[in-house]
Design a protein around this ligand. Structure first.
Ligand SMILES: [Zn+2]
Length: 356
């Protein structure tokens, strides 16, 4: 019977290969810290965006969000944003992207090879959205929970053949002109570069030798840092560009650690809530919440929003190739609906800041 089935598949032109592996064992998580969603949901408008806030959940697929949604008793801030899109993630070299190529596509609007930062596939340097908006007089900020020199933030300020050239990346950070830099990496960015940034007026706060603690032990570091960044940047008359990364969603998914993954995703959602509340008084702001790729190949197999419980299984310890969700609100948000390539986000952000 099995043999007949194989033949039938071949006749239809299908090719099926690989062993039929047993699914990874499911994990069940409950009793996660709860949070209420914010009351104010920013609408999508046709205004010109003075400020852009780009929030990237590293490795955050929709399954990660829905796992967190179940654990938070059926509510998340992110899911309430009015515009929904999907973003394709392959890089110039691979169907499965890494964070360096994905961040380069989002930041600079070009596909590059896995491992490369802020350069085209054949090595030409690119100006990121951060650099282009700084050139219009806007202030810029970076808030992350892994090292500030890690691939995602680095694609916004560095040009590098390898995401692992940390001293070159830290040197580029020192020259970035960012007004706010908060994250991990106090042992990676040298004292001299830290002093250079502070002397230039940067609000610089680096925790942890390399990365910040995981969300289960980090307290409210990320939501607090986002609030601090907004208070610092909001008075600038020309507006600002702020990148916020929920950096360790990816780490928990690589480790196939469902509990930590939910902690990280809920923490990221609280940071989104801080922005949503702030936007009430700042409607000339575009908010985009998305991911660079999906990590872990998570599947939700059960759970209950009444009990705040999820059962899920990972299918890989690596990244997967699915399109990732995008949510948007505020000035120019409607342009981000539908299915799009990750390279389309940068030109769309730029257009949102331009008078029609
Ligand atoms: Zn990863």
């Amino acid at each position: 019977m099995k043999r007949l089935f194989s033949i039938a598949l071949l006749c239809c032109g299908w090719v099926v290969s690989g062993a039929s592996a047993a699914p990874e064992s499911p994990q069940t998580v409950s009793n996660m810290p709860q949070h209420d969603v914010v009351q104010s949901v920013p609408p999508a408008t046709n205004r010109v965006a003075r400020n852009i806030i780009l929030m990237i959940g590293d490795g955050m697929g929709s399954e990660h969000m829905w796992a967190a949604w179940l654990c938070n008793h059926g509510k998340l801030n992110i899911e309430r944003l009015p515009v929904i899109g999907l973003v394709r993630t392959p890089s110039a070299s691979d169907t499965i992207t890494d964070s360096a190529a994905a961040a380069t596509a989002i930041a600079c609007g070009y596909k590059t090879r896995n491992g490369q930062l802020g350069i085209t596939a054949d090595g030409k340097p690119l100006d990121s959205i951060l650099v282009q908006l700084a050139s219009t007089g806007r202030q810029t900020g970076l808030v992350v929970t892994k090292a500030i020199t890690d691939a995602t933030p680095a694609a916004f300020y560095a040009h590098c053949k390898s995401r692992y050239h940390f001293s070159a990346i830290a040197a580029a950070l020192a020259e970035s002109g960012c007004r706010v830099i908060i994250g991990g990496g106090s042992g990676i960015v040298s004292r001299a570069w830290q002093e250079q940034l502070r002397a230039a007026g940067t609000l610089l706060r680096l925790e942890g030798h390399e990365h910040c603690l995981p969300a289960s032990r980090r307290g409210s570091f990320l939501p607090d840092a986002v609030g601090e960044a907004l208070r610092t940047l909001e008075s600038h008359p020309q507006g600002f560009f702020l990148l916020v990364e929920g950096s360790q969603i990816d780490v928990a998914a690589h480790a196939n650690d469902l509990a930590e993954l939910v902690h990280e995703t809920l923490d990221f959602d609280r940071a989104v809530g801080v922005v949503m509340e702030w936007m009430q008084a700042h409607p000339d702001t575009l908010l985009i919440v998305t991911a660079d790729h999906q990590t872990g190949g998570l599947s939700i197999l059960g759970g209950s929003k009444e009990n705040g419980e999820v059962t899920a299984a990972f299918s890989t310890g690596k990244h997967s190739g699915v399109a990732v969700p995008l949510y948007a609100a505020g000035a120019g948000a409607a342009a981000f609906g539908g299915v799009q390539e990750n390279t389309e986000l940068m030109p769309k952000m730029l257009r949102a800041t331009q008078t029609k």
